[in-house]
Design a protein around this ligand. Structure first.
Ligand code: KMT
Ligand code: FE2
Ligand code: NI
Length: 184
């Protein structure tokens, strides 16, 4: 289940409250229980996946969650598989964890592991959202965000794309505010 950290140190773990906090940005969050990870338990445990194993996972997942694609008009999707041995992990993280936008929406469904997203609320405050297995998050086009794996460096997520070229980052130059270290 998702957890939201506000910039005053408040932690919110109630999904309804989190949704209310993020709704001014058009961000949509939902938790689906049961998820689809139980359809491929051995592959979920595996760090390295072949392309055909990834396709197998995505196909089984979409057999259950086809409505997500249909409702939103996603044209293709893939499996993001981050683990400690991921190729170019540091470069990947460095690309994700700067504020950026996309011309298309960024929706993803977390199968395993977790991910942190950062957003800027209309009042200028910065928040961090932890997403966990069976969470589905939808970030609308144009909404500034950054993203990072957690210390476990594990995340398996289905990424949904509504344009052929996927999520091209437009870096905005906004600086991350580390709410835990900010002077009080
Ligand atoms: C690793 S999940 C999404 C990260 C991100 O914001 C992106 O790829 O654009
Ligand atoms: Fe992004
Ligand atoms: Ni591992």
């Amino acid at each position: 289940m998702a957890i939201l950290l506000l910039d005053d140190g408040t932690v919110e773990s109630d999904l309804g409250e989190i949704s209310r906090e993020l709704s001014p940005l058009g961000i949509y969050l939902k938790h689906y229980d049961p998820g689809t990870s139980l359809l491929f338990p051995n592959l979920i445990e595996q760090d390295v996946l072949t392309d055909s194993e990834k396709r197998f996972i995505v196909e089984l997942h979409n057999g259950v969650f086809e409505f997500l694609q249909q409702e939103n008009g996603y044209v293709w999707c893939d499996l993001l598989n981050l683990h400690p041995g991921s190729f170019n992990l540091e470069t990947l993280i460095a690309g994700y964890n700067r504020y950026h936008t996309h011309t298309a929406a960024e929706p993803l469904y977390i199968l395993a592991g977790e991910m942190i997203f950062g957003f800027i609320r209309p009042d200028g405050s910065q928040v961090q959202l932890l997403v966990q297995p069976q969470d589905y998050i939808y970030i609308p086009a144009g909404v500034e965000h950054w993203c990072s794996p957690t210390a476990s460096l594990h995340c398996k997520a289905v990424r949904y794309f509504s344009t052929a070229d996927g999520w091209v980052p437009n870096y905005t130059g906004t600086h991350l505010r580390d709410s835990l270290n900010k002077p009080r």
